[in-house]
Write a protein that binds this ligand. Sequence first.
Ligand code: ZN
Length: 154
Amino acid sequence: MTTEIEELYQEVILDHSRRPRNFGELADAAVRVHGDNPACGDEIHLDVKFDTSGALEDIKFTGHGCAISQASASLMTMKLKGKSRAEVVEMLCAFHDLVTEETSEAPKTLGDLRVMKGVRKFPQRVKCAMLAWRAVEQALEQGAGEATVSTEPA
Ligand code: ZN
């Protein structure tokens, strides 16, 4: 049973890394964040547009790197589009717990993002899975313009 579920997870990750959703640039992005994970060679360029309430009206990304980093970005953009800032922060915390806390149950609110649960066994892959989330965190903090974020301390 466990094996079947793991295979399904693997399938979702491969599907999203091969055919990423919300892949591209936003011509009218409010903020663009360049995320870098030198440990693995992953890059994410995240474009975010906010509506008048500050919610994420649109979100797109480009980038390259391992399947985990690209699939996480793809799944994340699907999940966060249209969400309020508070909802984004909540999901960011939930996702971080999911990939780092051994005891964490996968909350249903994360939907397909729960397929990333397996990376908690591989500390190096946590950075891959978190890269897009670090970028969106920076986008919320900065709100406008361009920013850079790295998984390694400067
Ligand atoms: Zn990676």
